[in-house]
Design a binder for this molecule. Structure first.
Ligand code: HEM
Length: 111
């Protein structure tokens, strides 16, 4: 069962809310590549827009999971927008497959 927090808890404990999930990011202070200041500015309330507007990578979205401590009561999550910067691996694989197909085709033509 997930722990459910209300807005008073969020304000009092300076938690961060992103898309109805509640995060305790105390342990992330000092490690955030965007600096601590920006994190502090977004404590105690909803940081979904700020988090999305920066265009955080997929690995940043994955990192969020490490700090999740529960969910906000009576909150309806939206689908989070993600950028594709971490999908380069898939493009490389697709490129490789296309190249290999071309090579096979060329070899078959020569035979
Ligand atoms: C617990 C919440 C957060 C996590 C886990 C997180 C994680 C990260 C990570 C991993 C990066 C490196 C770049 C990337 O991979 O996208 C980053 C950069 C950054 N983040 Fe966050 N972030 C959090 C919250 C926020 C919030 C609320 C803001 C407020 C606007 C913010 C602003 C930034 C900025 C400005 C950068 C630097 C971007 C750049 O230099 O290109 N982050 N964050």
């Amino acid at each position: 069962m997930e722990k459910i927090f209300n807005n008073d808890d969020i304000l009092r404990e300076k938690y961060m809310v992103i898309n109805c999930n509640v995060y305790d990011i105390t342990k992330y202070m000092g490690d955030h590549p965007g600096g601590d200041e920006i994190l502090k500015e977004n404590l105690g309330g909803d940081a979904r827009e700020a988090f999305e507007d920066i265009g955080h990578s997929n690995s940043a979205y994955d990192k969020l999971k490490e700090f999740k401590i529960g969910v906000l009561a009576d909150c309806q999550p939206l689908e989070l927008i993600r950028d594709d910067s971490d999908d380069s691996m898939y493009y490389m694989i697709a490129f490789f497959i296309v190249m290999m197909s071309g090579l096979v085709f060329a070899v078959m033509k020569l035979m």
